[in-house]
Design a protein around this ligand. Sequence first.
Ligand code: NAI
Length: 462
Amino acid sequence: MSSYDVIFIGAGPGGYVGAIRAAQLGLKVGCVEGRATLGGTCLNVGCIPSKAMLHATHMLHEAEHNFATMGLKGKAPSVDWKQMLSYKDDTIAQNTGGIEFLFKKNKVDWIKGWATIPEPGKVKVGDDVHEAKHIVIASGSAAASLPGVEVDEKTVVTSTGALELGKIPKTMVVIGAGVIGLELGSVYARLGADVSVIEYLDAITPGMDAEIARQFQKMLTKQGLKFTLGAAVQGVAVKGGKATVTYKLRKDDSEHTMTADTVLVATGRKPYTEGLGLAELGVEMSDRGQIKTDSRYATNVKGIYAIGDTIAGPMLAHKAEDEGMAVAEAIAGQHPHVNYNIIPGVIYTHPEVANVGATEEMLKEEGRAYKVGKFPFMGNARAKANFAGDGFVKILADKETDRILGAHIIGPMAGDLIHEICVAMEFGAAAEDLARTCHAHPTYSEAVREAALACGDGAIHA
Ligand code: NAI
């Protein structure tokens, strides 16, 4: 039996980051992980592999569409699917190996296996029982199931199966126009698949600023994705290696079908806490299956904490990371704080879509007086040179005080550009503060400054 100050259960972005921070703060730390490699869903079957596939297929798109214009002549590349998957696997291995190195460097023990909590203060892994003054549940999430749909990870897949298909499908139906559906739908559309997306709501990417969502849908449609909105999927039947999706249009209840080589189910995720023994311990859960915690991530059972996808809030790796650091600091006696108003969201399609803070719809609902500063990438010299002139930056600021309330970007490197606005918001900046900050020319970030200028006397290049 080993004895720890803290054991993290799960080595995803929440657990591994928390474990490292706890070790840096002088605690004796163990981290239980049952997968063969560290990094959780994000590194093994989520964020990282999907980004490798998005990068590879974007390069293909550039070669097919823009190389000749730039005077880069020659045969267009063909796709070696096996090699593309192996590049993706190498990317995963480099990253998961990196976490193993960091664990050794920081003296975090990787306890291999699946954990249960037989009683507060104890974590059982296989036949071993470890003692821990504090236990942090960071066990993540799993794809939510859809009634009438059986996932076999071959013909009917979640994001996990979609990242290792035996071959590139000719036709694909994506159920759910959320982040996973659109990122992976884009990958296969670029690889030549005929991709149709079926979405329950009347707009794609629920919760996103509506103007951005409309523009995003137009751009994806131009890239070949087809959308059926306002449609509730009823079930999927597999026959002869093909899948037929039955759905009902909400406007008239009419029933329709769509058949494809592959169906990707991307209708959300749910907390994964099975097998931990939480019910027996009396850990309080919400009716959405999330673990209830206080502001220091403590559950109602003394010594047991929870973070990341297992608790309330957006299911995002970076939100889990912040909570991992915060819970470690709380256990070490510090007073951490996560600012939930400033958690950026990014969709890594091309172009990227990024947001932080309030949407226009939220501000209208609050009845708040606000102003909008917008700037199109068409007015940005760098974007024009790089075939990236589609899209815009939109900054929402308080009408009276000019304080930035939210920002929405659709365009090149949106996922990176959003962070200067996050920092500005963290410091309570006004749009004018951004507008008066010198931005290097020529960079995409000038579009952010121009949007900030547009909140005041006007952008220069629009
Ligand atoms: P999501 O919640 O983003 O989108 C699911 C979509 O499916 C919604 O638009 C919903 O209306 C639709 N839907 C639900 N039931 C349906 C039905 N019966 N018929 C048709 N449509 C239906 O969920 P998604 O894309 O599966 O992602 C899961 C989680 O993973 C999210 O919380 C997401 O934030 C996270 N994630 C984040 C990424 C990023 O930050 N880039 C990348 C991938 C995942």
